[in-house]
Ligand binder design. Structure first.
Ligand SMILES: C[S@@+](CC[C@H](N)C(=O)[O-])C[C@H]1O[C@@H](n2cnc3c(N)ncnc32)[C@H](O)[C@@H]1O
Length: 251
């Protein structure tokens, strides 16, 4: 029997076409510890569902499946990032996989209503222009139930004056070493973030790739006031400097 296609699969420009190959090998281990520290407790308290906005290759999604008993909604519009995410989910036991749904659209097009009491935006808001960022908030509010919480990793507060260069420690895969370097440069009111990747065998570089992203800085207070019209108020007693935590009030 041939499948019934309700609507064509959405195709997005794939900003992460280069990065997806290197993302996990260079960054996953460190970032897994970070997401556990930043959101592990909140996710464990979820009673309805967890929403992972911009799931990428699935670090928050996997942590949420492990730390909670509820349904998890992973929203990831980039096909390149969804590839590793789906591979990771495919390797899970069936009973864990039954709790996770992958939405391949931007959150605003996913049609999620009241599915979660915890939402996480990890390493996402910095990558959105102010207009795209503001367009996200009503969709996050609609996806949460009243009393639900939003946890978002804060973008850099300002455009850097001088370039900031961060080397991602090389990782060995068989006979090859994978490495990367991130360079953040100020460009007007935006931050140009260039990822340079390489694969080497011994002293010889086998291949190199580059991908450049834009980032937009934002202050904590600016995000709090952006979110206020959608009934979000700051959560009390949460003070991690990397995270903004908000609660959705009732209507
Ligand atoms: C820098 S990646 C971070 C991925 C993941 N959260 C992590 O930290 O590993 C940002 C992700 O946000 C996704 N994204 C961008 N706009 C989005 C939107 N409107 N709704 C959902 N995801 C979005 C991108 O496709 C991308 O995978």
């Amino acid at each position: 029997m041939s499948p019934v296609i309700a609507r064509p699969a959405p195709e997005q420009d794939d900003d992460y076409a280069v990065t997806a190959e290197f993302y996990d090998v260079l960054q996953a281990r460190q970032d897994s510890m970070r997401v556990e520290r930043l959101y592990g407790g909140a996710v464990a308290s979820a009673r309805l569902g967890v929403l992972d906005v911009g799931a990428g290759t699935g670090r928050v999604t996997l942590m949420s499946l492990a730390n909670s008993q509820v349904d998890v909604h992973a929203v990831e519009p980039s096909r390149a990032m969804r590839g590793p995410l789906m591979t990771r989910l495919a390797s899970l036991p069936a009973e864990l996989r039954a709790r996770v749904t992958v939405h391949p659209e931007p959150l605003g097009e996913a049609g999620l209503r009241g599915v979660a009491d915890v939402a996480v935006c990890h390493n996402v808001v910095a990558c959105l222009s102010p207009a795209s960022r503001r367009a996200l908030w009503p969709a996050v509010a609609a996806s949460l139930v009243p009393g639900g919480s939003l946890f978002l990793q804060l973008p850099p507060a300002r455009v850097p004056g001088d370039d900031i260069v961060r080397v991602l420690p090389e990782q060995q895969v068989g006979r090859h070493h994978y490495g990367g370097r991130v360079t953040m440069s100020g460009a007007g009111d935006r931050i140009q973030t260039r990822f340079d990747y390489w694969v080497r065998a011994g002293a010889g570089v086998l291949r190199e790739s580059t991908e450049t992203f834009w980032m937009w800085p934002a202050w904590r207070a600016e995000l709090v006031s952006d979110l206020a019209p959608y009934r979000f108020v700051p959560r009390t007693g949460v003070c991690d400097p990397d995270v903004l935590a908000m609660t959705l009030r009732g209507p």
